[in-house]
Design a protein around this ligand. Sequence first.
Ligand code: NA7
Length: 582
Amino acid sequence: MAGDKPWPEVPVGNKDHTNAAVVIIGAGISGMCTAIDLVKRNNCRNFIILEKSSGLGGTWHDNKYPGCCCDVFSTLYSYSFAQNPDWTREYPGQEEILSYLIRVAQEYQLYQHVRFNTQVEEARWDDELKKWRTTVTTAKGSKEAEFNPEYEIKSDFLVSAVGQLNQPAWPKIDGLDSFAGKKMHSARWDWSYDLADKKIALIGNGCTAVQILPEIAKVAKKVTVYQRTPNWVVPRLDQPVSSTMRAVLRYLPPVRWRKRAGQMDFREWTYNAIVDSKSDAAKMFRDMAIDMMHNQLPDQPEMWEKLTPEYALGCKRIIISDDYYPAVNQPNVALETRAIQSIHDRSVSVLGDDGQPEDVESDYDLLVCATGFKTVDFMHPIKMVGKNGRTLNDIWKDGAKAYYGVCVEDMPNFGMLYGPNTNLGHNSIILMIESQSRYINGLIKPILDARKQGKALSLRPKHDKVEAYNEKIQSILKNSSFNDPTCNSWYKNEAGVITNNWSGTVVEYQNMLSSVDYSDYELDGSGVELAQQKPKLSVGRAVEESQISDRTLLALGLLSTAAVVGGFLVRNSQYLSRIRVR
Ligand code: NA7
């Protein structure tokens, strides 16, 4: 352990409990990726991961509701450097994803770095020291809180890996707090509550509600779904991955690479469908959605009308589901599309056909709010104070923005993952996160070099670079389906600015972040020359799309099979020769 030593290679020990080269906020996919890259790319183990929850996994730790799963293909939903051949379904479920992340954390020895039940309250830049001062509190009731309820950590670099789907958003409905039954947000599911024979109100019909409904409808007495806006729902075509296929994916890596690359190619192709509602691809998906609805809800034109959106495909997140419409069609499920007016006691009032409030049910046992997250309040509720006392709230008063979605003006030595304008509607977010992690590690490199030499270095993105970058992406987003004024989505803020989504394909983003140009940054401190010596650092990208032909891949497959068989024969040659001698 580091003790008094300033070197970044060793983990933080007892003596330097409040000092680290790097502090990472969040132990989800992003925080883990940054930590792994710190070890692999910067030979740095002097970092602390601060995690508010009691477990690792971020959104996959928090979201445990019935039916919780990912809407990206399983083969594509893993780190490029830790691909998982063992997924049991074509789309991964929450429990499997969490197990995968725990395995990766164990493999890279991340647990020793994580401080669980530790919440970041404030991070303040100290320009004299060229360090962040991060104030944390430990969870009430924990042993740590008995002797260390609040403390400060100094670090040369600060990484925010808190994600966009972190803070649950409760609906703003009159009387919500007065509901007398059980109330849950989808991201805070209480599995000790028995759903059997319960009357349930499900508010929302986004990706989450669509996954919850088929599961709870199996056991509940009655479920009423409160839909405010219909969504485009396309087939998922989910199925189990057989044990034979899993063995093939494990022992013949070229087959897995081909499957993953094919999925990447397909997802990148769908980009056009989600941003350009006039494209052939968009038309194809709309037709597919309508066909599925008509097939799964035959002869129900009234339902078709309620469930068919009028806004551009892609404006809201497209939902991928095989079982939502069949669940809506169950006799114990009702779809309510009249606007909710208020909640009181055990009922939900809607605007009746006569213009008066009308109670749909008067004895709900459970109210489930699948109402999403505070997506535009990036880093909420952490108080960030940067150079010259500038707060993040002040910098972002007109909406969150960052350089490449990663670095914020006047926030020196700071990087974000899954920050402003880095969300995707068409592909896996892990692909974006890996690029951001490489880039951030490129920023950290000269800072660690300075630390090793007893010097200090700070870098923050130049104002004009941040502005030019954001103007460029906003001009593209303005013409995309995300900007359709007839739809609300978590991709934009109240002023209608699209603060969450990236404006291009994943490959375009990866290429943009494949090198760090230190001249884009204001440099300061005694170690400035360490960033100036080599003004551009290539950090590369994880190439996921198809690069080689099927024929080359087949040859590689045959070669690897031959290598496995050859290895087996060599290892067992003595035994085989003994058999022959006998
Ligand atoms: P979303 O996609 O933000 O969906 C929230 C849902 O809740 C949506 O249907 C909303 O209707 C509805 N909502 C929110 N507030 C209200 C009120 N006050 N009354 C009625 N209905 C309301 O969240 P999810 O959790 O489903 O998905 C979030 C992401 O997680 C998802 O995109 C994936 O990336 C994973 P609206 O459509 O706004 O009219």
